[in-house]
Write a protein that binds this ligand. Structure first.
Ligand SMILES: Cc1cc2nc3c(=O)[nH]c(=O)nc-3n(C[C@H](O)[C@H](O)[C@H](O)COP(=O)(O)OP(=O)(O)OC[C@H]3O[C@@H](n4cnc5c(N)ncnc54)[C@H](O)[C@@H]3O)c2cc1C
Length: 492
């Protein structure tokens, strides 16, 4: 088709949601321009290259790989020609505060044996939990997560099944209902933290993650998650479309209630037939549409949402390898419920913490200089509503993490560090324009999900659409890839 006759779509932001949307729009015949404020695409999946180490900034566990494969298929290509995904076994090791551990894998017999090793009386309960997880997957992931919730009638149709599945219960309650051992309760309930949710309050629909992991595996992209970003960027360019980096959208231009394009910070106007925002939902409505009258997503409503937690991440390289450490380790702290309350409700930065430790060089040694290891340690922390000055607190907090890792998992760590950088909620707010510095957009509470979440087709402005963590179905790579799939359904 003559390029000038193709409808033009502007996508604001190049997170996984924005990249997937650009591919789907390209496949529908749109001319697409992706606008990204950072110097490289990826958003939360940005890659920091430093001192010979390659640090994936955010997502590391690839679940539901079929959602990526679909994008390649849509472009008439095979994903394996561009990106090699390797299944991990075990998926991850959980180390509890009492020193015991649990290796999570996709092998039902090994999982049963692990449960029996910690608490023989809980094997049956664990099996029942897993069946409950499968039922939530079938409805939550395959049905709810694949359809738009543009009308309240869609929500009404889903309510009976949501009620039958006791979606009003939290993930924590669902775990407690099935197993008695405190460690197993933690193990079966901590997954919502992967998408910014408090296990004590997010809907038990999210226990579906256990089934998702076992059924489709936990994978790692060789070369790091950045390899997926590069692969998707290549698909966009394959359609003849562009990703413009180092450009920040200052405003979505609207005329007679319809989006007409965007204005960049430098004043440049880019007209468009449709605008798709992959930028933070709070930022899009209250900043990029600051001059547009809005009926549903007013500033007050955006402000009243409950936002997910923030994260503190310490990226570091060592001049030695820690071959005893798995690719993914979760090091639980002394408190679980108390810590979650501090993060999500009390909004205070506790002295104790739980850590997720990523060691990608366990699978792909090319991500560090020879004989070295690449790591990141992630600690869930409250978002910027907490009274924490991260410009002051970042270094002492990093030191506390270093001390704990050295004591529990990594002897000699302090002598081995040769590269270091941190990120925290303040950086999320300033660099990625995340509302309140939250790492995962609005929290995935039942009252902020499906129809209650910001719709994929704007309720306030025609020709404006949303993809990414803040819209339906929610955060996580599977969630944001699904949001782009739903965009395909709601485009008119
Ligand atoms: C530390 C961390 C670890 C995670 N681990 C996992 C994991 O292991 N597995 C998993 O599935 N998920 C994980 N997640 C969640 C997952 O990474 C995110 O939910 C997902 O990547 C978000 O994608 P998105 O499409 O919402 O876009 P984002 O990644 O949020 O990208 C949005 C982009 O928009 C750009 N932008 C914003 N405003 C503007 C503007 N005005 N103009 C131009 N550009 C703009 C930003 O710079 C950014 O690049 C993790 C998240 C974090 C933070």
């Amino acid at each position: 088709m003559n390029a000038s006759r193709q409808p033009h779509a502007v996508v604001i932001g190049s997170g996984f949601g924005g990249l997937a949307a650009a591919i789907r729009l390209g496949a529908r015949g749109y001319r697409v321009t992706v606008l990204e404020r950072l110097d490289r695409p990826g958003g939360r999946a940005y890659v920091h290259k430093q001192d010979g180490f390659s640090f994936d900034a955010g997502p590391t566990l690839v679940t539901a790989p079929f959602l990526f494969e679909e994008l390649w298929t849509l472009c008439g290509r095979k994903m394996e020609d561009d990106v090699k995904l390797v299944p991990l076994d075990p998926f991850y090791r959980i180390v509890f505060d009492d020193g015991s551990h649990f290796d999570c894998s996709g092998d039902p017999a090994r999982m049963r044996a692990e449960v029996a090793r910690l608490s023989p009386g809980d094997v049956e309960g664990y099996e029942a939990f897993y069946r409950a997880s499968e039922a939530r997957y079938s409805f939550g992931f395959e049905v709810l997560g694949n359809q738009p919730f543009s009308n309240f009638t869609d929500m009404m149709k889903a309510l009976p099944k949501l009620a039958a599945l006791r979606s009003d219960r939290s993930v924590w309650k669902a775990a407690c209902q099935h197993v008695k051992d405190e460690r197993l309760r933690i193990l079966l309930s901590f997954h919502p933290l992967f998408i910014g949710g408090n296990p004590l309050s997010v809907t038990s629909v999210y226990i579906l993650i256990s089934y998702l992991e076992r059924e489709f595996g936990v994978h790692f992209a060789m070369g790091g998650t950045g390899a997926l970003v590069q692969g998707l960027a290549k698909l966009i360019e394959g359609h003849g479309n562009r990703i413009r980096t180092n450009v920040t959208v200052d405003e979505i231009t609207v005329s007679n209630g319809r989006a007409t394009g965007v204005r960049l910070e430098n004043g440049e106007l880019i007209p468009a037939d449709i605008v798709v925002s992959n930028a933070d939902i709070g930022w899009t409505y209250s900043q990029l549409l600051r001059n547009t009258k809005r009926k549903r997503w007013t500033d007050r409503k955006v402000d009243a949402l409950d936002y997910s937690m923030g994260v503190f991440v310490w990226y570091f390289g060592t001049n030695r390898r820690y071959d005893d450490l798995a690719h993914h380790t979760v090091l639980m702290g002394p408190r679980y419920e108390g810590l979650l309350k501090d993060i999500f409700k009390n909004k205070v930065l506790s002295e104790d913490f739980s850590l997720y430790l990523h060691r990608p060089t366990a699978t792909d040694p090319s991500l560090a200089p020879e004989g070295c290891d690449t790591f990141y340690a992630l600690s869930p922390v409250p978002h910027l509503d907490a009274d924490v000055d991260w410009t002051e607190m970042a270094e002492p907090y990093r030191q506390a993490i270093e001390a704990r890792l050295e004591e529990r998992l990594m002897p000699g760590l302090s002598q081995s560090i040769v590269s270091s950088r941190v990120t925290h909620p303040l950086e999320f707010a300033e660099r990625l324009l995340s509302w309140r510095g939250a790492a995962f957009g609005p929290e995935p509470l039942l009252t902020q999900s499906a129809w209650f979440r910001t719709h994929n087709k704007s309720e306030d402005v025609d020709g404006l659409y949303f993809v990414g963590a803040g819209t339906h179905p929610g955060a996580g790579m599977p969630g944001v890839l699904a949001s782009a799939k739903i965009l395909d359904q709601v485009l008119v």
